[in-house]
Design a protein. Sequence first.
Length: 136
Amino acid sequence: MENQIFVRIDVSKARLDVALRPDAKNLSVANNQRGIATLVKRLKKLCVSRIVLEASGGYEIAAASELAAAGLPVAVVNPRQVRDFARATSRLAKTDAIDAQVLAHFRRIDPAADPAPAGRAEPGTDGPGRSPPTSG
């Protein structure tokens, strides 16, 4: 599919740092009702293929829920998997902007991690019915 946009959202208590791939565009909104509404409105205008957020102590729940309720393809992933992916791609710097780019790339090349069905985000899992992987 052409013009697919893959979105990664780095979540913190105060804000959501958003990376869009392949456009390499970034934006930031407050992690509150107004900021999330702005984000949903902007993303609904795009041809979004996937949106991924890392589980972040519950700070991701409001955003994931609102994105899913808007019918956007959102999934919450295990942060350990993303860190391992960043290491494997030699992106070891730790900033929110770099994190957002890494997660957008991670989501783009990991088609097996399907998003939750529209209207339903499952925080703390890699998608519907999946549990975070165990160490082994």
